[in-house]
Design a protein around this ligand. Sequence first.
Ligand SMILES: Cc1cc2nc3c(=O)[nH]c(=O)nc-3n(C[C@H](O)[C@H](O)[C@H](O)COP(=O)(O)OP(=O)(O)OC[C@H]3O[C@@H](n4cnc5c(N)ncnc54)[C@H](O)[C@@H]3O)c2cc1C
Length: 402
Amino acid sequence: MDFTVSEKMQAIVGMMREFVEKELIPLEPEFLGKDFRAMLPVIEGKREMVRQMELWAPNHPKEYGGMGLDLMEHALVSEVLGRSPLGHFVFGCHAPDAGNIEILHKYGTEAQKEIWLKPLVAGKIRSCFSMTEVELPGSNPVMMDTTAVRDGNHYVINGQKWYSTAADGAAFAIVMAVTNPEAPPYLRASMIIVPTDTPGFNHVRNISVMGHSGSDYFSHAEILYQSCRAPVENLLGPEGWGFVIAQERLGPGRIHHCMRWLGICSRVYDLMCKRATERIISPDGNTLATKQIIQSWIAECAAEIQAARLMTLHAAWKIETLGVKEAREEISLIKFYVAGVLQKVIDRALQVHGGLGMTDDTIISFYYRHERAARIYDGADEVHKMSVAKRILREYTGRSVR
Ligand SMILES: Cc1cc2nc3c(=O)[nH]c(=O)nc-3n(C[C@H](O)[C@H](O)[C@H](O)COP(=O)(O)OP(=O)(O)OC[C@H]3O[C@@H](n4cnc5c(N)ncnc54)[C@H](O)[C@@H]3O)c2cc1C
């Protein structure tokens, strides 16, 4: 593996970092105090600046107006954009649209690309991904109650989903529903594109998460599908391929998340180090930075962030060179490892800030609340650990080890 960053990428990442520092971080007090929807005019202004700088949609295909960066390149971008909660959205590479764009690009028909993919990449519309159900375990999604029953030229969808992130204000949902109940478990479900203005698409509520219901892009919705009719041409990929496509969606998506988390780590780490050097904690003028326990935290965080970054870049390289299937173990390793590092670094940064860390005067408490979810979505820690351990142990079965 070559870790050299090309001159092109150094320039791109440098411009993005400057933009994040100058244009996005100053918006944070407003972001923390205001409803996201109320901020949209300001945010749209920033998005327009990004388009003018030709830095829009870094990871999306050039033919649709993106920059066409590969996964390794986008990993570097994702880290720098992660330094602000607005980074990915303002640069047009935010989840869940990013994942939906990937699967529409790979599996969409020409008509689907025209109607949904093009405006999505352009940032003219938004989408959501509606798979997790209220009553059944998201960790084992083959247990799915939502059905899509063929009726003439339509699928009729019924089911109750939640955590459909960013459904509030989205133009369409990609819904996972059982279309082939008699098929083997992993071939029972399909993905169907459902415009959110379809009768029977009921946005029940934005769920209150860690004290906030949020709005628009920054929200997670409960959706009730009641006899919701989607034309058969809205089927994404072959019928029964829902889980096959979902796996494709999750591989690169986990790289994007992990690198975004590393951006958060580097931001709060900077804040922690700065605070440690400035906070005087005794009359003789000693700062927190003189205390061994704080030094130890800082050194450990530096090592763990670096380890997490190298593991993630290695997983991205493996996906690029050998494909998602071959990189399954590495993807699981980074998913729980980086989420754990993220939680630890945020927690230590908050602790170093004392009472200030609990306030919304810094971004740390926002990250503390919102990023706890990193250990749950896209596969809970335990599920990834189990699948890695099973694969490792299989290799030891019947093998002689001296
Ligand atoms: C912020 C956020 C955003 C999300 N966005 C979306 C989205 O856009 N679209 C969408 O469809 N879903 C989304 N989700 C849902 C997410 O994918 C699920 O929460 C996740 O898959 C876990 O499913 P669950 O919540 O049903 O937990 P469960 O499956 O009930 O699991 C609960 C806990 O049990 C443990 N556990 C589970 N299985 C095992 C096992 N085999 N062995 C040991 N322990 C186990 C884990 O600790 C797990 O956290 C989001 C969730 C969050 C928190």
